[in-house]
Design a protein around this ligand. Structure first.
Ligand SMILES: [Mn+2]
Length: 443
């Protein structure tokens, strides 16, 4: 849930125009809505898969919303079961101690189970494990008691089991509990419900294993529907339904510029894509009040990078369509993967600066991958090293380190080369005489 996170990227103007408070789009608002829905549905239990609290120093930010939600659930006779993740390893046990209704499973890294009852009868068992320390390099399943892994429990209750754990599924090496799928599959559980990755999985198969995802959209890097899952057990089989209830949703809006010649054309395509997204969202039953869009421009076009950036800047300030109760806005950043609509291959057969740039671009885009080019490889490697040095600068020491790959460097260079090409082509006195990218030249 990452209680304590505020959606900082939603512009003030959007809040002013919609009359919404920033806090009404935060993780705590998504939690409050989920609690209300759980009460209305009269579910037997609410399960929370770790990282409830954004950070271990977030006690004060989280205790209010968590206390209120847990109390409202307990009041309705709903059990609340959680495991701790890497973000709330220390703070969740503190909160659980003060919230008697909250069952924190597997504290200190010791596997534990609890029974969920309906009208005094056990109906479901939850098997869980909590992070004992912020970093866990081993697979917790390796430490599961043999009798638990055989489905034998001291209480003798014969009810379906659901596994609840926070960790890094399918990772060989991880600081956050690498979970090997075969080990999970070997435990006789109806399903493994995981926390850690913010994007919800598709739960499929006889024994679904996957991430529940966040209750709320955090930032533009986390596109798609977010919300709780509704699990139903009927005649011993489990079904899981995703409820896209996050008040704030982020979406990556792909805009294909193929055939777009002008700024106006780009504006219209943005509008078309938005209408398409809105339709899809309403079919999903998405109840977002605000949707933030991160446009991704793709395809080859005559519209230059500068014009594309101008239209996107205008969309950020002026474009706020509202349908029913949902308002859309365009984030200030966009992803530009559009290609200049020139026959670069034809232009590259020359020796002027534009031709040289075209040769580099062809090489970077892999069109000349059939021939080895040590210069290009060296160019990519030097770029990668420069990016690595920047990303790992001491100023960013507090952030998670990320390895910069050759593919990252190549993508960065392609973007820069495309922009330089467009500018140079526009300045070139001969550019009008350059061959058009017409299909017949490619045939
Ligand atoms: Mn986590």
């Amino acid at each position: 849930m990452h209680l304590g996170r505020e959606p900082g990227r939603v512009p003030e103007e959007v809040l002013r125009e919609t009359g919404l408070k920033r806090s009404s789009l935060a993780a705590s608002a998504a939690w409050a809505a989920a609690v209300q829905e759980a009460r209305q549905l009269k579910v037997a239990a609410v399960l929370l898969a770790g990282d409830l609290v954004d950070s271990d120093d977030g006690f004060l930010a989280a205790c209010g919303p968590l206390e209120k939600g847990v109390a409202a659930l307990i009041d309705e006779g709903i059990a609340v079961v959680a495991v701790a993740g890497n973000h709330d390893t220390r703070v969740l046990p503190r909160l659980a101690k003060r919230l008697p209704g909250l069952t924190l499973l597997g504290q200190g890294g010791e596997w534990q189970t609890t029974l969920i009852e309906v009208e005094g009868q056990p109906v479901l068992r939850i098997l869980g494990w909590s992070f004992p320390t912020r970093e866990v390099r081993y697979d917790p399943l390796a430490k599961l008691h043999p009798e638990f892994s055989r489905g034998e429990f001291a209480d003798g209750a014969r009810v379906p089991t659901i596994g609840l754990i926070h960790g890094d599924l399918d990772a060989q090496v991880s600081l956050y509990a690498p979970l090997a799928r075969p080990r999970l599959e070997a435990v006789p559980c109806k399903a493994w419900l995981l926390g850690h990755i913010h994007k919800p999985s598709e739960f499929k198969g006889a024994q679904p294993i996957g991430y529940l995802g966040c209750l709320a959209g955090n930032d533009p890097s986390e596109p798609g529907p977010r919300g709780p899952w509704l699990g139903t057990i009927e005649s011993g089989s489990l079904t899981l339904e995703h409820l896209p209830r996050s008040p704030l949703r982020w979406e990556e809006l792909e805009i294909n510029l193929e055939g777009v010649q002008t700024a106006e054309g780009l504006e219209e395509r943005l509008w078309d894509e938005l209408l398409h997204l809105d339709k899809k969202r309403s079919q999903e039953g998405c109840s977002a009040r605000v949707v933030g869009l991160r446009p991704r421009l793709v395809g080859s076009t005559k519209v230059s990078h500068d014009i594309r950036a101008e239209v996107m800047a205008k969309a950020h300030t002026d474009f706020r369509p509202t349908f029913d109760t949902c308002t859309y806005f365009v984030d200030r950043k966009f992803i530009d993967e559009a290609r200049p609509d020139w026959n670069i291959e034809a232009i590259s057969h020359g020796s002027d600066p534009l031709a040289v740039l075209a040769q580099i671009l062809c090489g970077l885009e892999g069109e000349s991958s059939d021939r080895e080019d040590p210069d290009l490889e060296d160019f990519i490697e030097r770029t990668r090293q420069a990016m690595h040095a920047e990303a790992n600068h001491k100023n960013f020491a507090g952030l998670n380190r990320r390895a910069i790959t050759s593919a990252d460097a190549r993508a960065e260079l392609v973007g820069a080369a495309r922009r330089a090409f467009e500018e140079l082509a526009a300045q070139s006195p001969t550019s009008k005489a350059l061959p058009e990218p017409a299909a017949e030249q490619l045939t």
